[in-house]
Design a protein around this ligand. Structure first.
Ligand code: FNR
Length: 189
């Protein structure tokens, strides 16, 4: 079966290394995964004042998450956490109360940083958020990618073979994780 996967890139920067990583992951994903970016850059800052009447941009964002069977987070680490824009997007998707878009939706977390711990602390923080949002998460493999210059080209080509193999396996494992979760938690259950 084909599975629709939405991916969120935590960075809004034009030269984002996490966007390069996301491009690589799309190219290395098994053919069973249909990958679509879900952008959050146009969302206003969330407040529960919006809960009674979400603006169209937020409705579209929630719809985009609802339309995929799984979500992949590709995020940098900013000040040892996830970027504020990504947290804002998650807050939007989690509301209004009782309409949490992440509930029972299989998810995975990956990221890259020039630093040697490769976004590990941001990922840990994101995992706590996803736990609260009741999103089943792939626990393993973990993927902390240290970005060295040229590791991934702007077109998403991975220049180091061991890294390419690692990322291809990561996506294959994510595919199997999604299939397992959907077996016990079909989206309409
Ligand atoms: C960073 N950076 C960073 N790196 C890291 O490994 N841990 C961290 O806590 C931080 N903190 C941080 C805060 C802010 C505000 C910025 C702008 C940057 C460096 C960061 O990893 C680097 O800029 C990457 O290029 C960010 O990924 P994107 O945005 O290029 O995908």
């Amino acid at each position: 079966a084909i599975h629709k996967v939405g991916y969120l890139i935590g960075s809004l920067a034009r030269g984002s290394i996490n966007r390069k990583l996301a491009k690589a992951l799309v190219q290395l994903a098994p053919p069973e995964l249909e990958m679509t970016e879900i952008s959050f850059k146009d969302l206003p800052l969330y407040s529960y004042d919006y809960d009674s009447d979400f603006p169209p941009v937020a409705q579209a964002f929630k719809k985009a998450i609802a339309s995929v069977e799984a979500v992949l987070f590709v995020t940098p680490e900013y000040n040892r956490s996830i970027p504020g824009g990504l947290k804002n997007a998650i807050d939007w998707a989690s509301r209004p109360y009782g309409k949490n878009s992440f509930a029972r939706k299989p998810s995975a977390v990956i990221g890259t940083s020039p630093g040697s711990i490769g976004t590990a602390i941001a990922q840990q923080s994101l995992r706590s958020v996803l736990s609260f949002c009741n999103a089943p998460q792939m626990n393993a493999p973990e993927a902390y990618i240290q970005f060295t210059p040229g590791l991934i080209t702007d077109d998403g080509e991975v220049t180091v073979e061991s890294t390419e193999d690692f990322l291809r396996n990561y996506m294959a494992q994510f595919h199997m994780f999604i299939a397992r979760v959907l077996q016990v938690l079909p989206p309409d259950a």
